[in-house]
Design a protein. Structure first.
Lengths: 114, 111
């Protein structure tokens, strides 16, 4: 029972490099989310999607891009990485847009920008 | 706007002690409220929820009551175990398909 799968789990980037964090879910959920988690700051929403072809900005979208071409996949693209993007990134999905509260989270991707 | 405020951590308790983690919220209308737990090295998972005023959510010995008059949703457990050591997040859902999380409270339970 895979649930939400994120790759890679760890990555070190140099300033100015780009990369994509992959997220796949096998629960046929319409809603998908990207959060970043910084120490003592909780989770901040970066982008979210309510279905294939539809994305919207969250609280902290600058420096990131997303796409949602299929129900299953919701990749997060970092362009021109900066040290401020050092964080743990979590992908999540939900069947009911958070109404029931049950978001299913991946295990996280720890990114360091040096 | 919507926001969630939790008590500062870390909270350190001895096994079998009583736990309270405070959570207050700001929201328009009638939000649903949740507690999530994050064990070391893992993603968050739903612990309990309450969708209307005076509802009590409960799971694994944890409880929280939705108090609209005090805009609070405090998490309690009567007797904590070492295995409860984790980070606990309070969250609210109001509208727009998004959950808003508090900053998290780290709990450490010593044997």
């Amino acid at each position: 029972n895979a649930g939400v799968t994120q790759t890679p789990k760890f990555r070190i980037l140099k300033i100015g490099q780009s990369m994509t964090l992959q997220c796949t879910q096998d629960m046929n959920h319409n809603y998908m989310y990207w959060y970043r988690q910084d120490p003592g700051m909780g989770l901040k929403l970066i982008y979210y999607s309510v279905g294939a072809g539809i994305t919207d900005k969250g609280e902290v979208p600058n420096g990131y891009n997303v796409s949602r071409s299929t129900t299953e996949d919701f990749p997060l693209r970092l362009e021109l990485a900066a040290p401020s993007q050092t964080s743990v990134y979590f992908c999540a999905s939900s069947s009911a847009g958070g109404y029931t509260g049950e978001l299913f989270f991946g295990e996280g991707s720890r990114l360091t920008v040096l | 706007g919507n926001s969630v405020t939790q008590m500062e951590g870390p909270v350190t308790l001895s096994e079998e002690a009583f736990l309270t983690i405070n959570c207050t919220y700001t929201a328009t209308g009638y939000p649903s409220l949740f507690w999530y737990v994050q064990y070391p090295g893992e993603g968050l998972q739903l612990l309990l929820k309450a969708t209307k005023a005076d509802d009590k959510g409960s799971n694994k010995g944890f409880e929280a009551t939705y108090r609209k008059e005090t805009t609070s949703f405090h998490l309690e457990k009567g007797s904590v175990q070492v295995s409860d050591s984790a980070v606990y997040f309070c969250a609210l859902y109001n509208q727009g398909g998004k959950l808003i999380f508090g900053q998290g409270t780290e709990l450490s339970v010593k044997p």
